[in-house]
Ligand binder design. Structure first.
Ligand code: 5RP
Length: 223
């Protein structure tokens, strides 16, 4: 029986096949955040010298990439990326996701938006029928915390401030429990439209293009 850590490793290793496909001296790879993304970063180290570098979705990932000697570029200096590789907190079979457990959702969404393909790497426990058991992270400008919390309650959720946490962008996170996510794309738009919301952790308008889900019987690919 493989542990969750071993499954994450398998998913991260499987994503390296996508790097292999696109590796070239002018290529920049988009890199996500979290424990599965960390394992991908460690594997990506072998591509130092074969790719131009990376764009990171968090300070944490940037530090790990730099620690491996991989160049980390400002997104403003990169016009395109063939792939963005990142984990997820939940993913459904439409490849809609909840992300932001690590608090990096806004930069993740931005970097992913520039990439041609989003490759989601996760262990199979992240695959769900309906999104929403995992509390939905919402990044909020600090002064709007209570106003946004009231709006989220009107949508049926119970927002809780993530204690002692500030995002890389200097904002706070409200983790929304119990919200019904019947239409992920619609809800993503509605929450993102609340004044004071930077972005919500629903990745449905732009979901993953490929999911590599590690199971006890190998890596399952969903497209
Ligand atoms: C960070 C994220 C991560 O991708 C998500 O939390 C999954 O993390 P892990 O790979 O540690 O399970 O969205 O903001």
């Amino acid at each position: 029986m493989l542990s969750q850590q071993q499954l994450k490793q398998q998913a991260a290793d499987a994503a390296l096949a996508f790097v292999e496909e696109v590796a070239a001296p002018d290529v920049v790879i988009g890199v996500g955040t979290g424990s599965t993304a960390d394992l991908f970063i460690d594997g990506l180290a072998a591509y130092r010298g074969r790719i131009r570098g990376t764009v990171a979705s968090s300070e944490r990932s940037a530090a790990r990439l730099a620690g491996h000697g991989l160049a980390v570029f400002d997104l403003n200096d990169v016009a395109s990326m063939p792939i963005y590789v990142d984990g997820a907190d939940e993913i459904d079979d439409h490849l809609h996701m909840i992300k932001g457990g690590g608090g990096a959702l806004t930069r993740e969404k931005i970097v992913a938006s520039v990439a041609e393909r989003f490759i989601c790497i996760a262990d199979e426990s992240k695959l769900v029928e309906n999104l929403g058991a995992f509390p939905l992270p919402v990044e909020v400008i600090t002064m709007a915390r209570e106003a946004v919390a009231r709006a989220l309650r009107l949508l049926g959720g119970q927002p809780r401030l993530r204690a002692g946490f500030t995002t890389d962008n200097g904002n706070v996170i409200l983790d929304v429990h119990g919200i019904r996510i019947a239409e992920p794309k619609g809800l993503e738009k509605v929450i993102n439209d609340i004044p004071g919301v930077v972005t919500c952790g629903l990745f449905a308008l732009r979901g993953a293009d490929v999911a590599l889900l590690a199971t006890q019987n190998g890596v399952r690919r969903l497209d």
